[in-house]
Structure formats: C-alpha cells, structure tokens
Ligand binder design. Structure first.
Ligand code: NI
Length: 185
C-alpha cells in the first residue's frame, strides 16, 4: 500500500464531478487500498477519489462508535455511493477537510442518511448512518460531486481560532461551545 499525495485547494480537480466506477479490477482494488493507507496516514476519518487526483466515485471512511471508544472503528470502502434518503432534521457541526488545511466550517447537514453504494467488488450495499458518521458520508459524497464544505457555509474559521476558543472554554469551566473534536475528511 502506498500513501498518495492529497490534492489541496485551489486545485480544480476538487471542483470536478467524478465518474462512476464500472471496472472493479485490480486497479480499483489498489486505489482503494492506497486511499485507506493515505487516510490513516493523514490522519483523517474519510477520503474521496478526487482528493487523490482520481476522478472516480470512490470513498473510504473509518470512524468509531461515538458512545464507546473501546469499540474499534469500522472501515467503509464504498464505490458509486449516493444518498438515497436523508432526514429532514438537520444539525450543525464543525468539519475540516484534508484538502483544505487549517480551516474549519460550521456546516448544516442532515442528521441521518441512507447510503446506497457498491462494495469494492461491486455488490450493492445499503448503509444507514446518523450523527457524525452521517456527516462524514455527506462530506465524502460531496467530494465525488466536486463540492467542498466551503461551498456549503460562510462560517469558516481558522483551526487555531477554534482550538483557542475551546481552550478558553475549558479553562473557564464553561460549558464547551464546541463539544466535538473537529473532523478531518
Ligand atoms: Ni474533505
């Protein structure tokens, strides 16, 4: 497995719609393995094809249980993923992106989604997700459509600003304004 270079803004590839995958052969298998390696190396919790300069509808996500840190994270490797259902209920949350270093955005996302996709061998799969996992899937599927979190919100901050605010809140014993760590996806 190889750690690939992550494409950064303002590279146009990040604003280009990726193509559906039709060939599930060794090249795709290699790409998926390399994307997993690259995501873990970053480290991040998600990565999409365009972020490694491959305009293919492939995403990898690895995220653990929010309630129980003892449960190991689940790895998802999805091909041609799409959102087949989304909740009307939305939530705001801070997300970062491996392609947009040092910035975080407060982004409104559906609280829960159903994803229809294929696994790495072409078998159709359906996944229900809520909370942060749902947010990660929405962020990654956006990448396959050439959409970045900065296209979805004007509330963009420097990572340092957020961390300083978090520290102040903790030091002051105040209720944390930011109750979740920023996500890199
Ligand atoms: Ni991203």
């Amino acid at each position: 497995m190889v750690v690939l270079d992550i494409v950064l803004v303002p590279d146009e590839v990040l604003h280009t719609k990726a193509k559906p995958v039709t060939d599930f052969g060794p090249k795709l298998q290699q790409l998926i393995d390399d994307m997993v390696e690259t995501m873990r190396d970053a480290p991040g919790v998600g990565l999409a094809g365009p972020q490694v300069d491959q305009l293919l509808r492939v995403i990898v996500v690895e995220f653990g249980d929010e309630e129980d840190e003892e449960i190991p994270p689940t790895l998802y490797t999805l091909v041609n993923p799409e959102i087949s259902k989304m909740s009307k209920e939305t939530v705001f949350g801070f997300e970062g992106c491996l392609s947009i270093p040092d910035l975080l955005g407060n982004v409104e996302r559906a609280e829960s989604v159903t994803i229809k996709a294929q696994d790495r061998h072409g078998k159709v799969v359906k996944i229900k997700a809520s909370g942060w996992l749902a947010r990660i899937f929405q962020h990654e599927i956006d990448h396959t459509n050439g959409i970045l979190f900065t296209d979805r919100t004007d509330e963009v901050y420097e990572l340092e600003e957020i961390l300083a605010a978090q520290e102040r809140a903790e030091a002051g014993g105040a209720i944390d304004e930011i109750d979740q760590p920023p996500l890199s996806v």
